[in-house]
Ligand binder design. Structure first.
Ligand code: SF4
Length: 574
């Protein structure tokens, strides 16, 4: 039997719930009241991002999450058998309401039960002493308890920041609005439409998902104001590359321990590692893998020579939303062609930009403007390419021009008087140092994009332009096209022209040429420096690191594929 305050009406009838609909977590209703899009992103698309704020919240909840205490049965509580009790971290649900909640604290005294939700911050100075989303959340917890047969008269919020307790009265208005919010969220989920972002709202400033939701960026496409820089400008965690043959990676506490076959162990906090790449015979322990997957980091395996063998990620993608949009676009031949045209156009534009900016005066200006004009004509023809083979033709013609003049961007002499000879692009195996570096750079870039694509919900193996082949991450190769000149080629130029890699850093074996370990280490150092360089986003005007820029672009691309954004622009700096 349920117990209700006779002064208060019974809760509204529960909204209808389809048999196969899961119970709705009450926490999601809190998010829905804060921002409908936030609840959608978390509940439907399974998105989450840790920030300093959320980490603080987890610390505050640590004590309650451990559980403890005992919640007496409704009958014992009603009889007053257990006059005082307190239980922590109790999961309860109500099928009738279609709701489930983990309750931080449940207090029972004199036959009456009170749910208390713990908040990390200070009590807000609003008229009812608590924000609406929090009152709705704890009210729904109270309704679940009532549905489980407990007598609940009120609820409470505990603000750890100011150590204050706020009483939440279960008024008919609060009950009605809480159930309405749950019903609205359920309806939105069943309709399958992601709610639009809030417009210039201060809520976005505090929102952990701002970098994933991209509220101002999405609104910008709808002619709103320029975006505020809500996005984290860079990622404090960095990739870890282990290239020393025979090294082992283990885990101790919150750290990764890298043990080379000889020499000093290297320790690094797990939270400082965004993802891990292993080159050649390097091993990693299961505890280290598990800890990396738990924090959402991927692990990739390369051959010693830098061939990208594969990648493992956490099984954390709870939603197939982005992949559905990706596959729908893949099965639409017209759309694939449009997407491919834009990719190739952006790639040629960026190749041209790199040539224009880095053509060295010492190599003579002869023919420069003619080459640039021809490349411009090629990218201008891309949007009109009638089919894929025409597009391949334009791409090939541009690549031939670009690589024929690639050496114009290289300093002609290194300090030891040796030069990098480069005539044309070749691979499998690369036959000269420049080709060895190009192949290595493209492999690292493929891995970087495959990792971002996985994190953002894509299937990296199914592309629009690159055809399906076993072991080929086609979408990563597609999305890499505009970035090849900007990252991999540019890193090569920096490493060579600054003398960080010299012709002596390569091994020649028959026709093949490979990078020595020292060269790979130097290349990776320059690569990571390049990924940290801040660039101004050409549309939004704020600065962010190359790594974040790639992620923002890929998230916008997902929004384009699922129909939220009509247009998508590749990153093509001037
Ligand atoms: S960033 Fe703003 S619009 Fe996006 S989910 Fe957060 S609060 Fe909502």
């Amino acid at each position: 039997m349920s117990h209700h305050d006779p002064q208060l009406p019974l809760p509204l009838p529960a909204p209808p719930r389809a048999q196969d609909q899961p119970l709705l977590p009450v926490r999601m209703v809190n998010e829905w009241v804060y921002c409908p899009r936030l609840a959608w992103l978390m509940w439907v698309e399974g998105e989450w991002a840790d920030t300093d704020d959320t980490a603080r919240g987890q610390r505050v909840h640590a004590a309650t999450d451990e559980g403890g205490g005992r919640l007496p049965s409704p009958e014992n509580t009603a009889r007053g058998d257990d006059p005082m009790a307190r239980a922590r971290s109790i999961m309860l649900s109500s099928d009738r309401l279609g709701l489930i909640a983990r309750m931080d604290i449940i207090e029972a005294a004199d036959g009456i039960v009170t749910p208390v939700d713990v908040k990390k911050g200070k009590r807000p100075h609003v008229d009812k002493g608590a924000y609406a989303p929090e009152r709705v959340q704890v009210c729904l917890q109270a309704l679940i308890l009532q549905d489980n047969g407990y007598d609940v008269r009120e609820a409470a919020l505990w603000y750890a920041g100011s150590r204050e307790r706020v009483r939440v009265e279960l008024t008919p208005e609060l009950r009605a609005s809480a159930l309405q919010a749950a019903s609205d969220l359920r309806l939105a989920v069943s309709c399958g439409h992601r709610p639009p972002p809030l417009d210039n709202s201060p809520r976005c400033v505090r929102c952990a998902l701002a970098g994933i939701c991209l509220p101002d960026e999405i609104n910008w496409f709808g002619d709103h104001d320029p975006p505020r820089p809500l996005n984290p400008a860079d990622d404090p965690a960095m990739p870890l590359h282990v290239v020393t043959p025979g090294a082992r990676i283990g885990k101790k506490g919150g750290r990764l321990i890298i043990t080379p076959p000889d020499g000093e162990k290297v320790k690094t906090p797990l939270i400082n590692v965004s993802d891990v790449s292993l080159y050649g015979p390097v091993s990693i322990s299961t505890p280290a893998l598990t800890a990396l997957f738990r924090q959402g980091s991927s692990v990739a395996w390369f051959s010693t020579g830098g061939w990208f063998n594969g990648m493992a990620t956490a099984a954390a993608l709870r939603s197939a939303h982005v992949r559905e949009a990706q596959y729908r676009a893949f099965f639409d031949a017209g759309r694939c062609l449009r997407l491919s045209r834009a990719l190739v156009e952006a790639k040629i534009r960026n190749q041209r930009t790199l040539l224009r900016r880095n053509w060295r005066a010492e190599n003579g200006e002869d023919g420069k403007s003619d080459i640039l004009t021809r490349m411009k004509r090629l990218h201008e023809r891309c949007p009109h390419a009638p089919d894929e083979s025409a597009l391949l033709g334009l791409e090939g013609e541009a690549a031939a021009l670009y690589f024929r003049h690639f050496s114009k961007m290289l300093a002609q002499h290194d300090p030891e008087g040796m030069t990098f000879d480069f005539a044309t692009r070749n691979r499998r195996p690369p036959r000269d140092p420049v080709n060895a570096m190009l192949s290595f750079g493209y492999a690292i870039l493929t891995r970087t994009l495959a990792s971002i694509l996985s994190t953002t919900g894509f299937d990296p193996w199914r592309g629009f332009y690159h055809h399906q082949r076993p072991g080929r991450p086609s979408l990563a190769l597609d999305m890499m096209e505009p970035w090849r000149p900007l990252i991999a080629d540019s890193v090569l130029l920096t490493a060579v022209n600054n003398g960080e890699i010299t012709p002596a850093d390569f091994i020649h074996n028959g026709p093949a040429c490979a990078m020595k370990t020292k060269a790979r280490k130097s290349y990776l150092r320059v690569f990571e420096r390049r990924m940290e360089v801040k660039a101004t986003h050409p549309l939004f005007g704020y600065r962010l690191s190359m790594r974040r820029l790639m992620e923002v672009q890929i998230r916008l691309f997902a929004r384009h594929l699922d129909g939220e954004l009509r247009d998508y622009f590749h990153y093509t700096p001037r």
